[in-house]
Ligand binder design. Structure first.
Ligand SMILES: NC(=O)N[C@H]1NC(=O)NC1=O
Length: 174
């Protein structure tokens, strides 16, 4: 889909297509629809990022809280969103050993107890080793820094999800 087609989508279709670019936050997509027309995919992405940046800290934490744990209960029970399942699979989180699952679960719990929101990282840009290392390192962050870091990861996830939905303008001309 190119940006012209994106701009011509009625509200319902726009939310159907882009409703999960930020995990389980279709409200963000619904809000940015009124900022059409977008000049490019980057412009649509910037509108989403602007919306997130304008939220109060409690709103940003809300975005983090609806993210599923990595290698957590939703992965085991098959209740992840399609996007999240693919991302966690690509990072190898669906083939962890029992010992790795235990370590991830222990660290995820420790992180959540400490910050009050789940650990979020762009799985597609990582693998199980870098995810576990980041989880241990970021646990030591000061809260404000960590919240900003997690929101940056949400934006990276959103960037990659958008790219898979909208063909870059150049490749339409080939
Ligand atoms: N907890 C967490 O980071 N979840 C996410 N990361 C990612 O790449 N997809 C997700 O659902």
């Amino acid at each position: 889909m190119d940006i012209g087609s994106v701009n011509s989508l009625p509200y319902e279709d726009f939310v159907d297509v882009f409703g999960n670019v930020v995990e389980k936050c279709p409200l963000i997509t619904a809000a940015v629809w009124s900022r059409r027309p977008f000049s490019s995919l980057a412009d649509l992405e910037a509108s989403i990022n602007d919306f997130i940046d304008a939220l109060p800290e409690s709103g940003k934490e809300g975005i983090l809280r609806v993210h599923p744990d990595l290698a957590g209960r939703d992965l085991q029970s098959g209740t992840l969103t399609r996007e999240s399942r693919e991302e966690q699979g690509q990072a190898g989180l669906d083939t962890l050993t029992t010992a790795e699952v235990s370590r991830m679960t222990r660290l995820n719990t420790e992180y959540k107890d400490h910050f009050g929101f789940p650990f979020v990282i762009c799985a597609r840009k990582n693998n199980k080793a870098t995810i576990l290392r980041q989880l241990e390192e970021r646990l030591r962050n000061e809260r404000t820094i960590e919240r900003a870091c997690a929101i940056d990861e949400v934006k990276k996830i959103c960037h990659l999800r958008l790219q898979r939905l909208v063909v870059p303008e150049m490749s339409n001309k080939l």
